[in-house]
Structures are given as C-alpha cells and as structure tokens.
Design a protein. Structure first.
Length: 107
C-alpha cells in the first residue's frame, strides 16, 4: 500500500506556484513513513502529524462515547495542533528555505 501511495503523491500547488513549503508540506511523506512503521522519519517529515492523529482519534472517541469534558479537551488539542502546524511552517520558512536558497540546492 505504501508503494502505491508513493507513486500517487499529489504535488503541492503552493510550492509549485510560490517555491515555498505550505503549512501542510511533508504530510504525505510523513503518512507514508508512518505506514512503513518508521516513526522517526515520519516525525522528521511533518512533526504536527502526531497532534493531528491525536485530535482525530480523540474526536472520534468523543463522538462515540460522549465524554464529559470531551469538547474542552478537543479544543485544547486543536490549539496545540494548530500551534504545531504554525511553528513547523515558520521553522521551514526561516531555516529550511534559507539553507536551500543559500546553498543553491533548491527544494
């Protein structure tokens, strides 16, 4: 399955248009690495994936079992997930794109 996913990855419109990573760049590669069982590589490709998985799983559990403080917990997990996406995006803008541009490597 992971081989099929690797051969059918969608190109990033934002990266093709502007030449910079979007807030979701790396998620496809991270999911493929996760399917392969390589958690370290998955985290290196897209660190916010872990918080997004936790958000999805906890939201599903809350819908199924109607947890007492579930909505409040989901709100905080969402804030953490959104913050990790933003921090990852800014990190890539500052460090990854600058390194590629300075060395002439390109993305």
């Amino acid at each position: 399955m992971s081989e099929w996913l690797e051969n059918h990855m969608l190109p990033c419109f934002y990266k093709q248009t502007f030449g910079l990573d979007c807030p979701g760049c790396g998620m496809q590669r991270a999911i493929i690495a996760l399917f392969k069982g390589d958690f370290t590589q998955s985290f290196e490709h897209y660190p916010p994936l872990l918080t997004l998985i936790i958000l999805f799983v906890f939201s599903t559990v809350h819908i199924l079992f109607d947890l007492k403080n579930g909505a409040s917990i989901i709100k905080w997990i969402f804030i953490i997930a959104s913050s990790s996406i933003f921090i990852n995006f800014v990190y890539k803008l500052i460090f990854v794109n600058d390194i590629c541009c300075a060395t002439g490597l390109g993305s």
